[in-house]
Design a protein around this ligand. Structure first.
Ligand SMILES: [Zn+2]
Length: 429
């Protein structure tokens, strides 16, 4: 009896423990969720110090004959990245005409865990215009990027983050274009690029982002709201995106957002782009916004990509008439990018009529959800005005091939049997 009682007591205790653990589960889950809601303790002093240190090396331009300042700064940046626990490397490249120099991007990687192959890039450029100290353009961006590396060092992330300090932006985005050309294989792995270029002048920040990447803009706006800051949209969609390092990624259809000051800096590209003329409180805000947005993206709440189904045109059909409506369905709220024959046309809504040229065409529709998960569908069809009907299936051709194959096989079989019979007959004789 006594034994039984103590056994019962043990059972009761384990039941209590089980119930406790069971009900505390949601609390643990909540804590993980709360982590995505955290505000990083951004150090304005660190951003200011790094900017000052970079500026102290002097102008960093291909147009100047002296290459040593660029080399020294690249080593300085790599040293800081190492200190923040990143896996660093130099990416060297020959710049080419009219500059007979070697360029050098600085890369620092923080590897993710279960979504290691999915990459988020934070980039800025460390080179300048000739004679310009480049405090705002773009030592400030490099400093913000490095500050985020410092803030992230004690957190584990699911996706991988590349921190890249590009060289040669002022000479036609040489560094970013070279890096992208060399890493074509990573194209499909890059979830998003956040380019930080000029964030230390005036009192307001802006983002530039194409409509087909609106999910990225939404992510940033959500961070800004929760931080009680403001962020203008699309200050200069053209200049901000195309003429900066973001352009190299947009060329490869990679979702890209650029964060920059809203006011045009009158000192930029001049000798007066100095520490004294920079506003580091604005750079601090930029770091807060980027840190929060990228952290959320690196630990996505959802990893299921949207399902895309192109309803019309039908796959492998020939159409007599060149006008067709593009009709598709997407399983969840997403940003849409329509590719026709390999070229992105941006967002085109379902039902939009398209007039096609004669020949074969490929439509690909890519949908990206709020956490950067991409799904797509592809359809190949043909426009042939000489077709008998308005639509014909290519499969007809395949059917004939199958019938011919069956006939050939049966003939082969019949011949073999006959040969066998003839052989047996001759043996009997
Ligand atoms: Zn710049």
């Amino acid at each position: 009896m006594l034994m039984m009682k103590s056994k019962n007591r043990i059972n009761a205790i384990s039941a209590v423990i089980f119930i406790f653990l069971f009900f505390s589960m949601p609390a643990f889950t909540l804590q993980v969720c709360a982590a995505t809601n955290l505000d990083f303790d951004v150090s304005q002093a660190n951003i200011e110090q790094i900017t000052k240190d970079i500026v102290d090396y002097g102008p960093r331009s291909y147009f100047d004959s002296n290459e040593s300042s660029r080399q020294q700064v690249s080593e300085f940046i790599r040293g800081i990245m190492e200190g923040y626990g990143l896996q660093t490397s130099f990416d060297e490249f020959y710049v080419g005409k009219p500059f007979d120099v070697t360029g050098r991007n600085v890369i620092g990687v923080k590897y993710g865990s279960n979504l290691k192959d999915q990459i988020v890039i934070i980039s800025a450029h460390y080179d300048t215009r000739p004679l310009s100290p480049g405090a705002d353009d773009d030592a400030s961006g490099v400093a913000v990027m490095l500050e985020i590396a410092r803030l992230f060092q004690n957190y584990s992330l699911n996706r991988t983050i590349y921190f890249i300090a590009f060289d040669g932006e002022e000479a036609g985005m040489r560094g970013s274009r070279n890096w992208m050309e060399k890493h074509e294989d990573l194209k499909g792995n890059i979830i998003a690029v956040v380019n930080v270029d000029m964030v230390a002048y005036g009192d307001n920040l802006s983002v530039s982002c194409l409509p087909q990447y609106s999910w990225l803009n939404n992510l940033f706006q959500a961070s800004v709201e929760s931080l009680n800051l403001t962020l203008n949209e699309e200050r200069t969609r053209k200049t901000g995106l195309i003429y900066g390092d973001g352009g190299a990624f947009l060329n490869s259809y990679i979702p890209t957002i650029v964060i920059a000051e809203s006011t045009i800096n009158p000192y930029y590209h001049t000798e007066d782009d100095t520490i004294e003329n920079a506003n580091f409180s604005l750079a601090k805000d930029a770091a807060k916004i980027v840190a929060k947005s990228v952290y959320r993206l690196a630990n996505p709440e959802d990893i299921t990509p949207p399902e895309v189904k192109i309803e019309y045109p039908y796959p492998r059909h020939t159409y007599k008439y060149p006008y067709n409506s593009l009709i598709y369905n997407v399983s969840e709220n997403s940003s849409i990018d329509v590719f026709i024959d390999g070229v992105s046309l941006g967002y085109i809504e379902s039902g939009h009529p398209i007039f096609w040229a004669e020949g074969t065409h490929v439509i690909k529709i890519r949908a990206i959800d709020s956490m950067g998960n991409a799904g797509w569908d592809t359809v190949t069809f043909r426009i042939n005005p000489k077709a008998y009907y308005s639509t014909q299936t290519w499969e007809n051709g395949t059917a004939y091939t199958t019938i011919i194959a069956i006939i050939l096989f049966l003939t082969f079989l019949a011949t073999s049997i006959m040969m066998l019979k003839l052989k047996r007959k001759s043996k009997r004789k």
